[in-house]
Ligand binder design. Sequence first.
Ligand SMILES: Cc1cc2nc3c(=O)[nH]c(=O)nc-3n(C[C@H](O)[C@H](O)[C@H](O)COP(=O)(O)OP(=O)(O)OC[C@H]3O[C@@H](n4cnc5c(N)ncnc54)[C@H](O)[C@@H]3O)c2cc1C
Length: 559
Amino acid sequence: MENMQSRIPPDISDYTFDLILVGAGINGAGIARDAAMRGLKVLLLDKGDIASGTTSWSTRLIHGGLRYLEYYEFCLVQESLSEREKLLRIAPHLVKPLPFVVPVYEHSKRGPMMIRLGMFAYDFLSFNKSMDWHKILSRDEVLERIPGLEPEGLLAAALYYDGQTEYAERLAVENAVSAHEHGAIVLTYAEVERLIVDKENVVGIEFIDLLGSGKYTVNAPVIVNVAGPWVDEVLRQMNSTEECMIGGTKGSHLVVDPFPGAPAGEALYVEAKADGRPFFIVPWNGRYLIGTTDIRYEGDLDLVVADDEEIDYLINETNTIIPEAGLSRDKILFTYSGIRPLPYQPEGAEGSVTRSHIVYDHTRHHPKIGGLVSIIGGKLTTYRNLSRQTVNVVYEKLGEKAPECRTDEVPLPGGTTRSFEEFSAGFKRTSGLAEELSTRLLKIYGVRAPEVLAMAGDDPSLRAPLASPFSMETGIIGAEVLYAFRHELAGKLGDVLLRRSMVGLGPRVGLDVDETAAQIAVRHLGWSRERAELEVREFRDYIRRLRPKDLHETEPLKA
Ligand SMILES: Cc1cc2nc3c(=O)[nH]c(=O)nc-3n(C[C@H](O)[C@H](O)[C@H](O)COP(=O)(O)OP(=O)(O)OC[C@H]3O[C@@H](n4cnc5c(N)ncnc54)[C@H](O)[C@@H]3O)c2cc1C
């Protein structure tokens, strides 16, 4: 494929790396950035795109995890709340505060006293936060705020603040881009097929270029297996004697248009009537994200789809808490599902499995296995701290003193400004774009919005939205297609739509712009017409797993 053959240096086997990372989700990308910033020579590989695994399928909250208090995970909550503050600082364009309302009913498993205690603990564990402290709302106050809420049995509610990253994919992409800018080599569509073992030490990997240029071997003293739910699959490549490490649970979400009775600017955090599990109704990207489920999963990790039962569960629970919502299957714009890469725990409730991560140095458990570290579990919220800990372990294994980690203070590429508000106001004044388009570029690319716009040069067609009519969520402009390929490590059309410009997670899942975007690549990036057609077909095939309203399912889904 044109444009891509040269992405893998033909002599890569001769390169000297300190660290190879298998998997470019939020954790792989975060480790790559931290390691490259501290001076290590890093190779980051993914068999798909950056963030194309679990990282794309979360609830997108940067949160302490109020729920974890029930399991006495105070350290995890404190760590998460502290990370939340750091992410608000280093990625002001991607991470924002969001108010949450927790209604309490007569029948709630968690009564007013328990919620009050939880709220105090949550505030206490984040006493130096930038967000407001919680408030208890009376029945009248909560109904005034969210009139659509089921009034029967309602006693009161708690109002508190947490973080949201609407585009978690971009958090990972910006980490990978930053790693690349600090010298890391980042290869997508590069599947690791074998861990190379020499006298029981893992000394390298063999990977295949899924875009067709062949197989390669690369060596490094430390390999980190950060393949999320695929961690065990990667370990099997060296005939590992390790027990099962991951016990994945599946979580699904629905995306719907604003509906009658929906909360206006806040998220609802509700106890499901059917089973008492907490779930969220979150304002997201101009629409609502409803989720999630939590079910043990042993199916195909490469094709995870929300099933009818999960969809009905989330619809019913939403209609129960907001009786006028009137949601039904035909109102769902699309769904998505992912597998939580949790530590293996065959028994007990799914919700009770710890959400803490483990940086598993195989040498500590099996002294004969050198050179290998696996990452088990971890949340989006804690990726930065997980990365810091992992890079420290890498230095330990290299026998070197670790330089100081600076990812808590050095902003991500789109966040490098003292005041994002001032920067945004300036960009809106000078960009010459409609307000909605400027806002959109700022929300996605932060302070790099002018660089994106500069891709248009003096071609006005590249500054115009591809969709007509367009909205905040669908207003991709041609310049973004070029920016994604030239500056943000995109390899395929689907990468541009789903994980760079984010229109693939808009109401029409990118179906209104995919062909035009591919045509831009034909005109400006030298794609052949055949390639453009193939990429559109591949993209449409891929997004069928989201069960989008706009795409009828006529054939079985393929992994
Ligand atoms: C339903 C759900 C809701 C969640 N909600 C939240 C939330 O609100 N807040 C929060 O903080 N966390 C949340 N999480 C958790 C969070 O999303 C994950 O823990 C996190 O994204 C894991 O990132 P990762 O990088 O470890 O894994 P992944 O994102 O899965 O990345 C692993 C990567 O490895 C690659 N890979 C696999 N095998 C190979 C191979 N052989 N060669 C090369 N590459 C390979 C994959 O392609 C993949 O991109 C949620 C998770 C789920 C499932």
